[in-house]
Design a protein around this ligand. Sequence first.
Ligand code: UDX
Ligand code: ADP
Length: 471
Amino acid sequence: MPPVQVSKICCIGAGYVGGPTCAVIAFKCPHISVTIVDLNQARIDAWNSSDFKLPIYEPGLVDVVKHARGRNLFFSTDVDKAIQEADLIFVSVNTPTKKSGVGAGFAADLNYVELATRRIAAVAHSSKIVVEKSTVPCRTAESMRTILEANSRPGCRFDILSNPEFLAEGTAIEDLLAPDRVLIGSLQTPDGLNACESLANVYANWVPKERVLTVGLWSSELSKLAANAMLAQRISSINALSAICEATGANIDEVAHAIGFDSRIGPKFLRASVGFGGSCFQKDILNLVYLSESLHLPQVAAYWRQVVEMNEYQKSRFSKTVVDTLFNTITGKHIAVLGFAFKADTGDTRESPAISLVRDFLSERAYVTIYDPQVEEAQIWLDLSEACPLVPLETIKKQVTIASSALDACKNMEAVVIATEWKEFREINWDSVYKNMNKPAFVFDGRMLVDADALRAIGFKVKVIGRGERV
Ligand code: UDX
Ligand code: ADP
């Protein structure tokens, strides 16, 4: 049998991965009808909203959706219908770290993947290619295959592929339009290879052939965890070095620049910061740790665990610098936190280092004012409630204010903390900020964003991550 020509795609999960990915597929493949489904009615309504107030902020996404929505891109809560009509189904549901039970704190919660898979088995009348898009531990595809085979109707066959997504938030559309690579894992059987070719043909509409890598199912699953672990490891390595810089008077920017010139190392992903956040790095490394432990490889588990531990250290080291510098106490002091998203150009706050910083400041009984250009107020309250489970939200609200601009946030503060590298923070009028702050006025830059000398000339006391003052 020749490979199926895909004409209808269904994507289960309209989140940060499924939404942009399948919107770009629809944009690039006008001959394929793409329906993105989700159980969350509010999310789907936002994707369908007439004013294009989409549920996620991602530069360039609105244009892609404007182009394709209603033409060959549809958003719906009718999961069953979309499954039934599709020849290829992406499973792009959330896979958070388990909060309870076996593997709590490390293993992935595969409940959503399993429910989506069971739904496919329950309602499909015809054969499907089922593509695992969510980040999942190794061998999840095998479990999906078992569920599908055990529950399918006669005459329905399911081919499982793993097609991990490598987009980064904030640059998702660029990443999807010109990916470094597309990875497709399949069983190395004739049917598996055929299914792989069907999906590769979809990407062939805009991705050069040599960038589509086809591998075994388990290599594909592991590659996703490995790529994120290696990227996060670079950040933890540079952050570990930033601590040495601060203690010795070296400058982490100069060190990163120097080492990045080695073509074997390369310059990317060497930006010291207050710590990495996002929905993937920590989760995927903890998955790798759990997998290593399950495979009786404790040294491997300990190695990767250290990447996450270094990240925790970096966040708490930064909080401690703030406290130490403000004369060893921030009780009753006023601190502006600029940026709450885990990186610039996204409204996503999952694992954002800003959450840890604010939690630390609150536990020292400081007053905190937060400003972020994209994060919704309700999200900030939710994140802080989760970060401080023993403190009632009303108490948190007495200590925290949410401002509507960076200038407003800094008024009457003792210190400003930069937690996210939003472009607009590079353009802040620091003269005005200084005039309206209590003195001495401090700036703590967790993103190496300000011109420290210019700020010092205004009168600020400045601490930048990775920059020592002693020579
Ligand atoms: C990451 C991977 O890059 C992507 O390939 C994968 O599909 C999902 O996980 P994402 O988490 O969206 O993407 O953003 P990324 O740009 O990787 O940043 C993650 C975190 O690391 C952010 O908090 C960012 O600020 C931080 N970071 C990144 C640094 O601190 N220094 C750097 O040099 C790069
Ligand atoms: P990611 O960042 O991996 O895309 P998100 O949490 O942003 O994760 O998105 C996952 C989406 O999947 C959510 O909108 C959630 O409502 C949806 N979802 C989870 N389980 C199902 C399911 N069984 N059927 C349809 N949608 C689902």
